[in-house]
Design a protein around this ligand. Structure first.
Ligand SMILES: Nc1ncnc2c1ncn2[C@@H]1O[C@H](COP(=O)(O)OP(=O)(O)OP(=O)(O)O)[C@@H](O)[C@H]1O
Length: 596
């Protein structure tokens, strides 16, 4: 029970914000509603409190949670399968519409981004201001251009059923490398400021540097940062104090683009802290006097959002003066006990996802990781249904398309051209890994799969090599290519493709992506230069591309066998690293039936 309870004007309970930060990694088993309230203190965490959202009713409609009627009608027409809000959306949409600041954390594929967009779409547009034209109501910061275009695609589909004529008046995307020059993007923003602007951090910084008034920051009502833990860098959670301090100093000296944007929007005072680098807490009342309270609401979201103290030091300055507006939304219960951890693992990226680990020897032999469980044992578990949207069976044994006899389809037969210009780029991993992926792909994938590479891997070279093995591999580009947009479509009507596609990307560009036709995620290698905790987060995001909204899927890790690295003079043990990640997340490897 709460030790102290205060009542906010709206009649909901306020609890200490500190509990949110610790709940994600505290060993103590706490109930979701049993947080201690601390007396207000002059440190960052004391500036932040949260509301308990009222109990939601599972059958509530979008209209009942605040989405205007004409938008919910358009939503039903554009997305017939989206009939009721998810638990996350039930909490999130009213919170945004009430003007609260929001910390949002829930599993991948629970409708966080979709819910945020719906809420922004439901907000009223302010009237034009004198000579300044319409204000931009909401700014959405996303980590990469594919996600920006995916959100645009969702908006476009809803817009098709709305009375507003001009899509650009409703929503625009601001990304680098688009076909439009920076100057043209700025003049478009000036002539036709959108209700919702979706941008990548670098593109937004480009505009701010070129013409800081084009984004109309002072009149923004809402700022959303999707994938906050990726976009706003802070020292790793389990780093030792000295290293964490060093990292923190470096970040303060060279803030990344998202921090720069948020600091500018919220007029964060310059870092004037003492020599050791931490910024001293500034009295809230002084900050309110200097910077005012009337700043846009801030919504921050990620499936792996862990707001620890260093992050909160920063966030507190963005949220100053609004201690009674911060809402914490989790949708699903917190993962605070072993049972809940297990449940979360079951629902990782959906209820019917299986995880496989294939180990490739220097000679190219492929074997399952030791201890992998037989698929039939897992099939007895509840919730492992056959994917209703494609015709693959979850254990791969009854895939309805016939795999080629040899396992590999040769490039001549499919006329897939390798792109020879990338031949000279070195591969920082054993070439046999790609052959193993090509083989598993040919045996198992009905339509579309994703291959996730470590960030150091040469993407174009990998695409090239896979094409040599006969795989229709392409760099992931949902907006840039002619066919890219098709991957955003619902694949329920389509069966197996004659020539399945493998979309290749890196860990960073998988975040937030929703490709309904996707059935398999291949992950190449096990990153060695990051902690197991960070690797587990990467894994959750990559694996979470399948199994969304009850669909089934497979995550196939392909790693090198343990070997002695002569250059670095140490053993590299990728199977052991992946074992540790599985243990941390609470998942078990399934045996991939095509190999020993
Ligand atoms: N209420 C709903 N009912 C049915 N489907 C929904 C609903 N809301 C969203 N979806 C669908 O669920 C999919 C995932 O949504 P979304 O990308 O918003 O999830 P997310 O929680 O943001 O995932 P991630 O953490 O990976 O970014 C989308 O295809 C979307 O159309």
């Amino acid at each position: 029970m709460l030790s102290t309870t205060s009542t906010a004007p709206t009649g909901v309970r306020l609890t200490s914000y500190r509990s949110f930060c610790s709940s994600t990694h505290s060993r103590a088993s706490k109930s979701r509603h049993a947080y201690n309230v601390r007396p207000p203190r002059q440190d960052a965490s004391a500036l932040l409190v949260r509301y308990e959202s009222p109990e939601a009713h599972p059958n509530e409609t979008f209209e009942q949670i605040g989405v205007p009627r004409h938008i919910s009608i358009a939503l039903r027409k554009a997305f017939p399968s989206v009939t009721h809000p998810t638990q996350t959306q039930r909490e999130l949409i009213p919170a945004i519409l009430k003007g609260n600041d929001v910390f949002l954390k829930d599993h991948t594929g629970t409708g966080k981004s979709f819910g945020m967009l719906l809420a922004l779409l439901s907000q009223r547009r302010k009237a034009p201001r004198d000579n300044h034209g319409f204000p931009i109501t909401s700014l959405v910061v996303v980590p990469h251009r594919d996600l920006a275009y995916q959100l645009l695609d969702w908006m476009e589909r809803i817009h098709a059923h709305l009375p507003e004529k001009d899509l650009a008046f409703l929503v625009q995307v601001l990304v680098r490398n688009s076909a439009i020059s920076l100057g043209d993007q700025i003049s478009r923003l000036r002539q036709l400021p959108p209700h919702i602007l979706i941008g990548t951090p670098n593109a937004l910084v480009d505009v701010l540097q070129e013409d800081s008034s084009a984004l109309k920051l002072p009149t923004l009502s809402t700022v959303v940062v999707d994938e906050i833990d990726y976009l706003v860098e802070s020292p790793p959670l389990h780093e030792d104090k000295y290293k964490a301090l060093k990292i923190h100093r470096r970040i303060q000296k060279h803030p990344g683009p998202t921090r720069q944007i948020l600091d500018q929007i919220y007029e964060r005072p310059k870092e004037t802290g003492p020599k050791h680098g931490w910024q001293p807490p500034i009295e809230e009342s002084k900050q309110i006097m200097t910077y005012g309270m009337n700043r846009p609401q801030l919504v921050m979201s990620s499936a792996t959002f862990r707001a620890h103290s260093a992050f909160l030091e920063t966030a507190a300055a963005w949220l100053v003066g609004r201690r009674d507006r911060v809402v914490r939304v989790t949708g699903s219960p917190d993962i605070t006990s072993e049972t809940m951890k297990h449940e979360a693992a079951q629902t990782l990226g959906g209820k019917s996802v299986r995880h496989y680990v294939l180990i490739v020897s220097p000679e190219g032999d492929i074997a399952n990781i030791e201890g992998a469980e037989e698929p039939c044992a897992l099939a007895e578990a509840p919730n492992l249904e056959v994917n209703p949207r494609s015709d693959i069976d979850i254990d791969g044994s009854t895939a309805s398309h016939s795999p080629p006899d040899s396992g590999l389809i040769m490039s001549e037969s499919l006329e897939i051209e390798p792109i020879n210009e990338f031949e000279d780029m070195p591969l920082p991993f054993n070439h046999n890994l790609l052959e193993a992926i090509a083989e598993a792909f040919a045996l198992d994938v009905p339509r579309v799969a994703l291959l996730v590479l470590p960030s150091s891997a040469p993407l174009k070279r990998v695409v090239n090599e896979l094409r040599r093995f006969g795989v229709d591999a392409r760099g992931l580009d949902v907006a840039g290519s002619e066919t890219g947009g098709a991957y955003l479509m619902d694949g329920s009507a389509a069966g197996a493709a004659e020539n399945p596609t493998l979309l290749v990307c890196t860990f960073a560009s998988t975040r937030g992506l929703d490709l309904p036709t996707l059935s398999h995620v291949f992950i190449l290698g096990a990153p060695e230069d990051i902690s197991v905790e960070s690797y587990a987060d990467l894994y959750l995001h990559a694996a979470g591309r399948v199994g969304r909204f009850g669909r089934s899927g497979k995550v196939i890790n392909v790693v090198e066998a343990r070997y002695w690295d002569r250059k670095e003079r140490k053993w590299k043990d990728q199977p052991e690293r992946i074992r540790r990640v599985f243990k941390r997340i609470g998942i078990k490897a399934t045996k991939y039936s095509h190999f020993d």
